[in-house]
Design a protein around this ligand. Sequence first.
Ligand SMILES: Nc1nc(=O)c2c([nH]1)NC[C@@H]1CN(c3ccc(C(=O)N[C@@H](CCC(=O)O)C(=O)O)cc3)C=[N+]21
Ligand SMILES: [Mg+2]
Length: 285
Amino acid sequence: MPAQLIDGVALSKKLRGEIAARAASLTEKGHQPGLAVIIVGDDPASHVYVRNKVKACEDAGFYSLKEEYPADLSEAALLERIAALNNDPAIHGILVQMPLPKHINPHKVIEAISTKKDVDGYSVLSAGELMTGLDGFRPCTPYGCMKLIESTGVDLRGKHAVVIGRSNTVGKPMALLLLQANATVTICHSATPDIGVYTRQADVVVAATGRRNTLTADMVKPGAIVIDVGINRNDEGKLCGDVDFDGIKEVASHITPVPGGVGPMTITMLLMNTVEAAERVAQQA
Ligand SMILES: Nc1nc(=O)c2c([nH]1)NC[C@@H]1CN(c3ccc(C(=O)N[C@@H](CCC(=O)O)C(=O)O)cc3)C=[N+]21
Ligand SMILES: [Mg+2]
């Protein structure tokens, strides 16, 4: 029996409706949520993502500020812009689109963003809050993956979850969120000799390697939930994920498509973190 599709567009639509209602109520009280997105350089894919983020903000009733800079912007100038946005009361969230040009140190840039406005959840403090179970902003992609898993109605307690990939933005925070939901968690990565040994025992697999066909049907336990974080292009230039969707959909119980799975949810959780940031400010006013 083929797997059920986990529809990230439909779930996003539902959540964005709830976010828009929270934004409207904040706006009424004079605290319209505001997100600043900074993009440096002219990477076409990055510009597409940023355009989608700005549009999502506007659709949710946020104030949206997009700042575009040429690739030769100095690190000092970027840090200065972040300092100004940290002090701007109309802005509740600051996102600096990655990757940055090579002459700019991304760690320095991320740490310059006020923790109260770190809606990407990329800073060392946000990472520490996640690790220790404190309130803070969760990185949007793994946070969105958790919502997609929750939407299946399957309780993670005691389940075996396997994360493939160990990046600071996806794999590592993903593993911590699954652990917080009481799953038994395994992290596989490029030095794992045989990933299938682990994934064949998994009730949930999250693939986040940035490589096509990281996960194939023979590596999946029948009835597993498969979440595909990858955004790759196949030989025909078509968007595809890290998993062999056509093969795995015959084995898994639930699977996310690419596009239309994790991608839209990443943007939705960015909106969620930003509305949350604005609510925290409003509560203190
Ligand atoms: N500071 C920072 N924060 C980020 O969150 C961040 C970043 N830098 N740099 C790049 C990655 C990538 N990312 C995506 C967001 C949405 C889609 C998305 O909406 N994807 C659509 C398809 C889009 C298309 O057609 O290309 C989908 O999967 O359905 C994809 C990728 C956020 N990132
Ligand atoms: Mg890896």
